[in-house]
Design a protein around this ligand. Structure first.
Ligand SMILES: [Ca+2]
Ligand SMILES: [Ca+2]
Length: 212
């Protein structure tokens, strides 16, 4: 069974800790580390280079996109095919795009679109069938951790903002676009990248996910 590696901030997380191996920063599952011992409700004691950070309350620096898409066989674009991710700011309606992908795990075998930097910037895939990353789907723990920004600097995720994933599957192109899996993504935010706060799931065609 796929581990529930993004957990709400509850006592359940403490109980699950022993099972999930909290504190294990192994590359293939780096975000499965909800360290219950450090989640004291409103006062979150997770640290980043020794500096206390607060994961429970925003603003948050990082967005985690977990790919739960069931993958079909012989697929050269396994899982979600993400062109871009926009952060629509509640403050002024502007959109910040991804500027960094500090952490990821993307399916490598048989994947024609495994370059994670393709998610950086405004949408540019169009009908070209390129300039996106095929994350890999639910066959493994496949994910992207991203930061948003503008030419001015980094932009944080705040309550009321909306996260808009640009997924290229159902493109309306002259050749009919291309078939895609039943894409499902789970979105979470964090500052420490050790504890993740779940925002909810998103499927193509749905409205952007609003940050609570
Ligand atoms: Ca796909
Ligand atoms: Ca792109």
């Amino acid at each position: 069974m796929r581990p529930p590696h993004v957990l709400p901030i509850t006592a359940i997380a403490v109980a699950l800790c022993a099972t999930l191996g909290c504190g294990d920063d192994s590359p293939d599952n780096p975000h499965a580390t909800n360290n219950g011992a450090t989640n004291n409700g409103a006062t979150n004691n997770a640290t980043n280079n020794g500096t206390p950070v607060n994961d429970v309350n925003g603003p948050w620096s990082y967005l985690l996109v977990d790919d739960y898409t069931p993958v079909t066989e012989d697929n050269r674009d396994p899982g979600a095919d993400i062109d871009a991710i926009g952060l629509i700011k509640a403050s002024d309606g502007s959109t910040a795009w991804v500027v960094k992908v500090p952490e990821s795990n993307v399916a490598k075998v048989g994947n024609d679109h495994l370059e994670v930097s393709e998610v950086i910037g405004a949408p540019d895939a169009g009908c070209d069938k390129r300039h996106y990353v095929a994350v890999g789907g639910a066959d493994a723990v496949n994910f992207l951790v991203v930061r948003f920004g503008t030419e001015v600097g980094d932009v944080t995720v705040e309550s009321g903002d909306q996260v808009a994933v640009e997924e290229v599957g159902p493109l309306n192109c002259p050749d009919g676009g291309f078939d895609d899996e039943q894409v499902e993504l789970a979105l979470s935010v964090s500052n420490s990248r050790q504890t993740w706060i779940a925002l909810g799931t998103w499927h193509p065609g749905e409205d952007p996910v609003t940050v609570p």
